[in-house]
Design a protein. Sequence first.
Length: 280
Amino acid sequence: MDKQLIDLFIKNAIAEDLGDGDHTSNSTIPAGTSGKAKLIIKEDGILAGITLALEIFHQIDSELHTEIFLNDGDEVKYGHIAFTVTGSTHSILLAERLVLNCMQRMSGIATKTNRIVKMLKPYQTRLLDTRKTTPGMRYLEKWAVKIGGGVNHRIGLYDMILIKDNHVDYAGGIANAINASNHYLADKGKQLEIEIEVRNLEELNQVLETGKVQRIMLDNFDFPDLRKAVELIDHRYITEASGGITEENITEYADCGVDFISMGALTHSVKSLDMSLKAY
């Protein structure tokens, strides 16, 4: 966990919610009141966000006491209790929505990721996430993908060179884009992987003639062309299939022999896992 990044996220999220005060709690509950609450799971799935919840509670009120019964990555069922929290009622109520928002979304992502990872078990293919994330929550959403058993692709624009179709078109072709990227890395003294997206077998052949990349993304290939592409690459480069991939067809893509499959739907189109934080 990146503590500095998480602390900043929590600080900003609290400021967004709190404004000049929680006037509902301040008006209805006397100051100094203590209470207890429990996190109740209301839907089967994979739990994610426990570690984050502890950080939220601690940053809001270091005197809150938590008792943890379940951990990130655990399979959960309806009715399970993930943890209890005891202390200032005002602090618990301030933390409630932030904890739930994060845990519900992270658990939804982990649940979907885990379901697809299990589908890929008979194959050598691994599941990748993308940059199609909620602004401000990318770290949390990619964290949830890892908890669910998936693999994080690049975190942002800074940790890999990924030459996509627009880059190729603006650069004046595949060879130009690849060569320029390699010159850039040499000039800057950076060691980053280079991946390039290809849209058809003709573009793939141009990449194979040029070389100087580590990964090839095969975007929106039909199954016969994808099999042919994997055969042409012949393990010389890491292969990734992307574009139009769903739970319904993902095993067909995996059966073509690619190393990775990337799915934006892991983070941009996910159903949150139902849970609630209840006083008791």
